[in-house]
Design a protein around this ligand. Structure first.
Ligand code: APR
Ligand code: PHB
Length: 391
């Protein structure tokens, strides 16, 4: 079996890369460890930057998102029992963000790839990557018990944080930078009308809370919790009480409640590996970096990476030049580090830290006060939130 670019992982990074390369006339095969059903139903984040939305529309996979996505012009920061709106559009020359679940993006991309005849191997077992420092890169995998060798010109490691590609790169070739936060998020999906038209990021004595949504009928909510939190200690009633408490603003505000459809814990970490390439193996998305979810940058950063990679590969196949490929990591990392900074900053501003003292709390409140009262500070938040311009 042979293809031009072998892609490991059918998350947003792998599928979008396959789609962009197809539009450049480059053939790919995508190998995914899980079933199609699993990845089309897996609940992840759901906020798309302006640039991600534009790319989906421009490349013909934005049809359903344009119909079903919720366009947001602002967000609210809540602290001291009051809400403060950040006018994202007003501060960024009209840019917006769109609420559209990651698994819906996945469905749209799989649909488009399948319609174009792309081979996506689901439930690929024992995927391993070989010879990417030599002239004959290849991917070996088992499909329904049968071992297949896929020869390719390049390998794209889009297999997420726990994938096989990054660990296959020789130790010593990569430097990792990371930070683990002393908390996690308890997230729920609830059959309840959103209690506000916009997202609410709340700072409270008890810790952070976030009000988000998926549709006019479904609310997505998160609570800061311990990193090893036991979900069994959180019966539904306790979750709602805590959310109502942390999100409260004045007398009148009430959180709409409903049946909890899904509960889960999201760990929080910042992680970057440098460089994001080794020979003809290129890492993209979560395989190369992780951001804490405050600010919802994970998916958007994955899309930004593969945009750079698709352009570099297209240039190589069109001209034979490896110049853009050689600069892939450097180009991506400039954005990666700015997004790391923003995600860390939002996280630091909004969460309670176990080792903080009264000074830290006052400083956090001053930061929130500053960001919601200074146009310059609010504009900086807004510019990052809607997404920094693509290189
Ligand atoms: N072989 C084949 N596929 C694998 C392997 C493997 N050994 N290991 C992991 N995978 C698959 C996973 O099952 C998953 O579908 O790779 C895919 C990686 O997808 P994501 O984890 O979604 O990562 P990425 O595409 O980089 O997307 C960026 O941003 O919103 C965040 O974490 C969220 O997934 C999101 C990410
Ligand atoms: C979500 O809707 O899941 C979401 C939104 C904003 C975030 C994180 C998660 O910052």
């Amino acid at each position: 079996m042979r293809t031009q670019v072998g892609i490991v992982g059918a998350g947003p990074a792998g599928l979008m890369l396959s789609h962009l390369l197809h539009l450049e006339g480059i053939e790919t095969v995508v190998l995914e460890a899980r079933s199609r059903k699993h990845i089309e139903e897996r609940i992840r984040a759901g906020l798309l930057e302006q640039g991600t939305v534009d790319l989906m529309v421009e490349t013909g996979v934005g049809e359903r998102m344009k119909r079903q996505g919720l366009v947001h012009h602002g967000i609210e920061l809540r602290f001291g029992g009051r809400g403060h709106r950040i006018d994202l559009s007003g501060l960024t020359g009209g840019k917006t963000v769109t609420i559209y679940a990651q698994h819906e993006v996945i469905k749209d991309l799989i649909g488009a790839r399948r319609a174009a005849g792309c081979q996506i191997v689901f439930e690929a077992e024992d995927v391993s990557v070989h010879n990417f420092d030599g002239s004959a890169p290849g991917i070996r995998f088992r499909e329904s018990g049968k071992v297949t060798e896929l020869a390719c010109d390049f390998i794209a490691g889009c297999d997420g944080f726990h994938g096989v590609c990054r660990p296959t790169i020789p130790t010593g070739a990569l430097t990792t930078y990371d930070r683990i936060y002393p908390f996690a998020w308890l997230g729920i999906l609830a059959e309840a009308r959103p209690s506000s038209d916009e997202l609410i990021y709340a700072y409270h004595e008890h810790g952070f809370a976030l009000h988000s949504m998926r549709s006019a009928e479904i609310t997505r909510l998160y609570l800061q919790c311990a990193p090893d939190e036991d979900l069994n200690k959180w019966p539904d009633g306790k979750i709602w009480d805590e959310l109502q408490l942390r999100l409260a603003a004045g007398q009148g505000w009430k959180l709409n409640q409903g049946a909890i459809l899904q509960k889960g814990i999201t760990e929080m970490r910042s992680f970057v590996v440098e460089p994001m390439q080794f020979g003809s193996l290129f890492l993209a998305g979560d395989a190369a970096h992780i951001v804490p979810p405050t600010g919802a940058k994970g998916l958007n950063l994955a899309v930004a990476d593969v945009r750079v990679l698709a352009r570099a590969l297209a240039d190589y196949y069109a001209t034979g030049s490896r110049e853009l490929l050689a600069r892939y990591s450097e180009t991506c990392l400039r954005r990666v580090w700015k997004v790391q900074r923003f995600s860390w900053w939002m996280t630091s501003m909004l969460h309670r830290f176990a080792d903080e003292n009264a000074f830290d709390q006052r400083r956090q409140l001053a930061e929130l006060d500053y960001v919601t009262s200074s146009r310059a500070a609010a504009q900086s938040l807004a510019e990052n939130y809607v997404g920094l311009p693509m290189e």
